[in-house]
Design a protein around this ligand. Structure first.
Ligand SMILES: [Fe+2]
Length: 122
C-alpha cells in the first residue's frame, strides 16, 4: 500500500485554502459498467495548484480497492495543469457493488495528500 506520511486537513469540515489546493479532486463518469473502460480524472486540487519550478505537483497516483491503477509523474514542461487521467477497466466481479477510489498526489513543498471516493459499478 501507500507509504510515508499523508497530510490531513486540520478540520475536514472547514478546509483552508492550502487544503483545497492539495486535496485531489476525483471526477468519474455518471455510469460505470464492469468490463468496460472508463476514465477517472484526478485534479489537484479543488483550487488548482500551481505548476511552477519552485512549487509544483510531482506525481498523482490512483488505486481502485487498494489495487494500484497507475502513477503519473508530472513534468513542468509538459503539464501546465496539475491533473492526470487514468483509464480503468473494472473487473466483472465488481458489478453491482460499491468500490473505493483512492487518489494521492505529492507536492514538492507541501508533501503528500489524498482523497477517497466511493463509486457504484453496474
Ligand atoms: Fe503545494
Amino acid at each position: 500500500m501507500v507509504e510515508g506520511n499523508i497530510n490531513k486537513p486540520a478540520d475536514p469540515k472547514n478546509l483552508t485554502e492550502g487544503d483545497k489546493k492539495h486535496i485531489p479532486a476525483i471526477y468519474v463518469p455518471k455510469t460505470i459498467v464492469a468490463g468496460e473502460p472508463f476514465d477517472v480524472i484526478v485534479q489537484v486540487g479543488l483550487i488548482p495548484h500551481v505548476m511552477e519550478e519552485k512549487h509544483h505537483i510531482e506525481w498523482i497516483e490512483l488505486y481502485l480497492n487498494d489495487t494500484k491503477i497507475g502513477k503519473v509523474e508530472l513534468s513542468l514542461r509538459k503539464n501546465k495543469k496539475a491533473e492526470a487521467t487514468f483509464t480503468i477497466k473494472a473487473d466483472k466481479s465488481l458489478a453491482g457493488k460499491e468500490s473505493k477510489l483512492h487518489a494521492l498526489e505529492h507536492c514538492n513543498v507541501h508533501g503528500t495528500w489524498e482523497e477517497f471516493m466511493t463509486i457504484k459499478i453496474s
